[in-house]
Design a protein around this ligand. Structure first.
Ligand code: ZN
Ligand code: ZN
Length: 273
C-alpha cells in the first residue's frame, strides 16, 4: 500500500477525540504511516492532550503552540507552558502560529506579537514552525524576513494563496502544505500555484476535523481522507501518485526531524544480460 502522511490534524478536537481509536485505525488502514497532531486551538490543555496522544502512539507526533485566533492569550506564562511541553521528544514543531486577518478573533497587533514570540520559541527549542496564514501573506513574509526563519525551517499549513505568495514563501525556505481546499471547484489560483511548487517542498494535510476534501466534503474530516488531496495534487502536477506520496514522506521526515518508515522502492525490472 502507498505510504501516506497527514502533516496537520487536530486529534484533540472533541469532534475527533470521541472516537479517536477508530479514526486512527481507519487512517492506518488507508496507508497513513504517520500523523502530525496539532494542539494550539483553545487553551494549553489542548496542547497537553495532543502530547499525551503522541506519547501513546508511535506513529503520531505533536505540535504545540497558540493559534492566531487565541493570540491574545499568548503571554509569558503560556509560552513557558509550551516550552515545558516541547521538552517531550514527541513534540516535533511549534505552532500553529501565524496571522488570520479574515476572522480577526484576536487583534492584529496581538497576532503579530504572538507570531514573533513563537518564531523565537521555535528557534530556542530547535524546532521548525507551523504557520497558519489567512489573508496575511505579505505581512507574514515581512515578519519572517525581519525576525528570521527558525534554523529548523517551517511550513505554511493549508496553503491557499496564489502563485506570487507561493514563490515568496518558497524563497524564505518554507514547505507548502496543501489541504482539501485544493479539491474545491473555485480553487483555480491555488491549483496554479500547486503546479509549480518543487516536489521537495510539498506536503499534504487534512486539517481534520475541518475542511474535508471532495468527494467527502460534507462529512467530518479525518486523517484517512488525506489520500483524496494527495491524488488531486498528483493529478494537477502530472506526477505519479506513488512518486509524490514518497516525496511527501521524505519531506515530512526532513522537516519534522523524524524517521518515518521509508517507502519501499518500486521493484526494478530484472536486467537481462
Ligand atoms: Zn490553521
Ligand atoms: Zn490547523
Amino acid at each position: 500500500m502507498m505510504p501516506l502522511i497527514d502533516t496537520h490534524c487536530h486529534l484533540a478536537d472533541p469532534r475527533l477525540s470521541g472516537d479517536l481509536d477508530a479514526v486512527i485505525e481507519r487512517a492506518r488502514d488507508s496507508g497513513v504511516i504517520s500523523l502530525i497532531a496539532i494542539g494550539a486551538i483553545g487553551s494549553v490543555e489542548t496542547d497537553g492532550l495532543t502530547v499525551e496522544i503522541a506519547e501513546r502512539h508511535r506513529d503520531i507526533f505533536a505540535v504545540v503552540g497558540v493559534h492566531p485566533h487565541d493570540a491574545k492569550d499568548c503571554d509569558t506564562a503560556r509560552l513557558d507552558q509550551l516550552r515545558k511541553l516541547a521538552e517531550s521528544s514527541r513534540v516535533v514543531a511549534i505552532g500553529e502560529t501565524g496571522l488570520d486577518f479574515h476572522y480577526m478573533h484576536s487583534a492584529p497587533q496581538a497576532q503579530e506579537r504572538a507570531l514573533r514570540a513563537q518564531l523565537e520559541l521555535a528557534r530556542q527549542c530547535g524546532l521548525p514552525v507551523v504557520i497558519h496564514c489567512r489573508k496575511a501573506e505579505s505581512r507574514i513574509v515581512e515578519i519572517v524576513r525581519e525576525v528570521g526563519m527558525p534554523p529548523k525551517g517551517g511550513v505554511i499549513h493549508c496553503f491557499s494563496a496564489d502563485l506570487k505568495a507561493a514563490e515568496e514563501f518558497l524563497e524564505l525556505g518554507f514547505y507548502l502544505s496543501f489541504s482539501g481546499i485544493l479539491t474545491f471547484k473555485k480553487a483555480d489560483e491555488l491549483r496554479a500555484a500547486a503546479r509549480v511548487v518543487p516536489a521537495k517542498r510539498v506536503l499534504v494535510e487534512t486539517d481534520a476535523p475541518y475542511l474535508a476534501p471532495e468527494p467527502v466534503r460534507s462529512r467530518r474530516n479525518e486523517p484517512a481522507y488525506v489520500r483524496y488531496t494527495l491524488e488531486k495534487l498528483a493529478e494537477i502536477r502530472g506526477d505519479a501518485v506513488e512518486d509524490l506520496a514518497a516525496a511527501i514522506v521524505r519531506n515530512a521526515s526532513a522537516l519534522f526531524g523524524v524517521a518515518l518508515d521509508a517507502p519501499a522502492a518500486a521493484p526494478e525490472s530484472p536486467r537481462r544480460p
